[in-house]
Write a protein that binds this ligand. Structure first.
Ligand SMILES: Nc1ncnc2c1ncn2[C@@H]1O[C@H](COP(=O)(O)OP(=O)(O)OP(=O)(O)O)[C@@H](O)[C@H]1O
Length: 457
């Protein structure tokens, strides 16, 4: 007969009791130890973990109050809360038994015991103890994972009035479980804001999970969100929980919600309405305990009008709506964001004391940033890598400089600036060939050189 994994301690001063229970349990468990001196119990626990302790309530010979057993019961549970304690007494004192169970003992056995009953009680206690330990381990694993995931956390940076208003809204809505819809162009910080809501909510100790629902095929949608039982479909080789269950107690960000097909929108609406999911291959509804935040770069109101997005789903998900304007509409946020990314990448690439001169900063504030903050972040990383010396130049930011020239919108009608721009553009167009550039500009080579000197080109 295979032995069950379990470390069992028998604690009593009655040698006959110790021996007979040891003989009964040994064929069934990997380790069975005995201790006849209660003073040594805590020292034993310092050395190893016991799953179950079978403890004599009347340790000291002649003590019939059960107080000795209750004393050691408390000590054991203080030391090792997962350990299950079974008490043994010769006296069927129901009150003592009830009190001990209230104080944390699992069960109570009266002498003379029935072997079958004692064995099944120890087996059950061993199982409970190991399950409790597993749950404790999983909880601590979850804590570690949550804090590891939190390393991706970027603080919400910005001083613009729109970011200040968003911060205020976050303060108000974070402690509630209200559904939030975050809208804004790609790279504006929708995920950053969703994380900020989670971090300030009562769910902050739970997990924050993101799912790009727009990228899910019809066939994957249900198994990814609701999970499946083993064998629920051909590829379901093993049981798997879906995101709704995996994020239980936390927050789930459903990104790119505007890309969800109409049939999948209907499925999502059903879950949000009933707050229950059913794993594929089962019939058991499971309660959903997760805060849903949706994000999109699409105009869902317009999509409703076009019949591409369900109106009832929109009203389900947008109890509160947060719109993040594109970066070009809040250039006052750029200096702070720039400094933040500069610090981050200077540390990453071990380049201390980097600085950005004012003209470069002004140029960066004028740029349109079609990729928003993500583009700014990548541009700063590139500049940190490419810069020679400690002062960043516009060229270090890569293609931005070229695009800025292409984007030149003549929004400043200063003749000198226009002339300098035309000269730079002509030289770039002719790959640095001054004769050809001068010809295009209608100038002699000498006149072009003089102007280049004036403008520091
Ligand atoms: N206000 C902000 N403060 C600091 N970092 C930000 C801010 N907004 C965005 N970022 C950074 O910019 C990058 C893009 O942000 P995020 O992924 O949140 O944008 P998004 O709108 O969700 O993008 P997409 O629509 O492409 O999913 C991230 O690296 C993020 O850390």
């Amino acid at each position: 007969m295979a032995k069950t994994t379990g470390n069992i301690l028998l604690a009593a001063d009655d040698e006959f009791l110790l021996l007979s229970i040891k003989l009964l349990l040994e064929p069934h468990f990997t380790t069975v130890k005995t201790e006849n001196n209660p003073e040594r119990i805590t020292a034993l626990f310092d050395r190893e973990h016991f799953d179950v302790v079978v403890l004599d309530m009347n340790f000291r010979h002649g003590d019939t109050t059960g107080n000795q057993g209750r004393f050691w019961l408390k000590k054991i549970l203080n030391h090792s809360p997962d350990t299950q304690v079974i008490l043994i007494t010769a006296f069927a004192d129901i009150q003592v038994a009830v009190d001990s169970i209230k104080e944390g003992a699992l069960d109570f056995i009266v002498k003379p015991w029935q072997n079958e009953k004692l064995l099944s009680t120890v087996k059950a206690a061993n199982l409970i103890s190991q399950e409790k330990r597993k749950v404790r381990q999983l909880k601590s694993q979850q804590k570690t994972l949550v804090s590891a995931l939190d390393k991706n956390y970027e603080p919400l940076i910005g001083i613009s009035t729109s970011i200040a208003a968003i911060r205020k809204t976050i303060e108000k809505i974070a402690p509630t479980d209200a559904e939030v819809l975050i809208t804004g162009q790609n790279g504006t910080g929708k995920e950053v804001i969703a994380r900020e809501i989670h971090k300030h909510s009562n769910r902050a100790d739970g997990i924050f999970m993101t799912l790009d629902v727009g990228a899910l095929s019809e066939s994957l949608f249900e198994s990814e969100l609701f999970g499946h039982k083993k064998g629920a479909f051909t590829d379901a080789k093993e049981e798997r929980v879906g995101r709704f269950e995996a994020a239980a107690g936390g927050t789930l960000l459903l990104d790119e919600i505007g890309n969800l097909s109409l049939p999948l929108q209907a499925k999502l609406l059903t879950v949000l309405q009933h707050k229950k999911i059913v794993r594929l291959g089962t019939n058991d509804p499971v309660d959903v305990d997760v805060r849903i935040i949706c994000a999109t770069n699409a105009n869902l109101q317009a999509m409703v009008k076009e019949g591409k997005f369900r109106e009832d789903l929109l009203y389900r998900i947008n109890t509160v709506e947060i719109h993040i304007p594109p970066l070009s509409e809040r250039p006052e946020d750029i200096p702070q964001l720039l400094l933040h990314f500069l610090k981050k990448y200077a540390q990453k690439y071990q380049k201390a004391y980097l600085s950005v001169p004012d003209p470069v900063l002004t140029a960066l504030q004028k740029y349109r940033w079609p990729g928003n903050i993500r583009e700014l972040q990548h541009a700063v990383e590139r500049a940190v890598i490419m810069c020679e010396g400690e002062v960043l130049q516009l060229e270090d930011f890569g293609s931005i400089q070229k695009q800025m020239s292409a984007d030149f919108t003549f929004d400043y009608l200063n003749l000198e600036k226009l002339e300098a721009w035309a000269i730079r553009k002509a030289i770039a167009k002719h790959n640095g060939n001054i004769s050809h550039a001068a010809e295009e500009l209608g100038l002699s080579r000498g006149a072009l050189y003089r102007r280049m000197e004036t403008y520091g080109i």
